[in-house]
Design a protein around this ligand. Structure first.
Ligand code: MLT
Ligand code: MN
Ligand code: ZN
Length: 305
């Protein structure tokens, strides 16, 4: 199974357009600090890829990944569809960017709650439909499904939390089951080799089903938005803690590092906020993670399982 890391930043990216914090300023001064919005490409079969989440950087992310380039033929793309882990804007704004798909349409795998938010709150189908048809597929839960009929990669979703995007706050009157998850972790399995990866860029909670999945996995890529719980308050980006903002912190008691350290899987953080000290490649926090066998994912990383 082949995974390509297309981006590793939280909403805003690194640098963020209106921010001069040490991370953003550092990224302006040192291009190797830069990170695009968190996204992953998964090879479903030879020459067929799914993108996990559609970020505001999606056009540049495709251009920087030769496996995703079109051809042969002027309008043949290797991108088979999109998988959404949630409905947050940093993971969905890029859908509109793909409207040139034209008559071929776009396939989207999402939960019912995410689909409804995009259709009724963002009015995505009403806006994008006149350019390209959207085909929706429910993300499978208990029973994994191959990404495409001939794909060796099977996908399933593990419910993580009911954290809604701010634009979808408050209950809606749609027919979606209120228990339908707003945020999921993806479980990707190579049916030929049995290799398994878990991708969870937004973790407001760590449910038992996620713990079971990461215990079995060969590679785990998770939410590394904030280093510690106080970071958003200390840096002035929010009046809430990391946990209060729906992101379990990396460090400290109850942090995700202590969950990852005992795993046999290769573990990496993604979705770094620009306030996270890990944005500086020379920060001592990298060593603290390395001591526990944990890595920070980088844009352009290729993971072959
Ligand atoms: C999040 O990860 O919590 C959201 O993407 C925040 C945002 O809207 O930027
Ligand atoms: Mn986000
Ligand atoms: Zn910043």
């Amino acid at each position: 199974m082949l995974l390509q890391v297309l981006g590793t930043a939280a909403g805003g990216g690194v640098p963020q357009w209106n921010c001069a914090c040490p991370g953003c300023s550092g990224a302006r001064a040192h291009p190797h600090w830069r990170r695009r919005h968190a996204s992953l490409a998964v090879q479903a079969s030879e020459g067929r890829w799914y993108l996990v989440n559609a970020t505001p950087d999606i056009g540049d992310q495709i251009e920087d990944c030769p496996a995703l380039h079109p051809g042969p033929g002027s309008r043949r793309t290797p991108i088979a569809g999109l998988v959404l882990t949630d409905a947050e804007l940093d993971h969905t704004l890029g859908i509109a960017r793909l409207r040139e798909a034209g008559a071929g349409g776009l396939e989207l795998l999402a939960t019912g709650a995410v689909r409804e938010a995009l259709l009724t709150r963002l009015r995505l189908e009403a806006v994008i439909g006149p350019y390209t048809p959207l085909t929706w597929r429910n993300l499978p839960r208990e029973r994994p499904e191959p990404l495409t009929a001939d794909s060796t990669v099977a996908i399933s979703a593990i419910p993580v939390s009911g954290k809604r995007p701010r634009y979808a706050a408050g209950s809606s009157s749609s027919g979606v089951d209120p228990m339908d998850p707003w945020v999921v972790a993806l479980c990707l399995t190579d049916r030929a080799t049995g290799a398994t990866a878990v991708y969870a860029p937004a973790l407001a909670a760590w449910p038992d089903a996620l713990q079971s999945a990461v215990t079995e996995a060969d590679c785990v890529i998770v939410d590394g938005t904030f280093w510690d719980d106080e970071e958003p308050r200390r840096t002035g980006v929010s009046t809430r803690t990391a946990t209060g903002m729906g992101h379990l912190p990396i460090d400290g008691p109850g942090g995700t590092a202590e969950r990852l350290a005992p795993l046999r899987a290769r573990c990496l953080y993604t979705h770094l906020n620009n306030t996270n000290p890990l944005v500086d490649p020379g920060a001592p926090q990298h060593e603290r993670l390395a001591d526990r066998g944990i890595e920070v994912a980088g844009d352009g990383m290729v993971i072959d399982l």
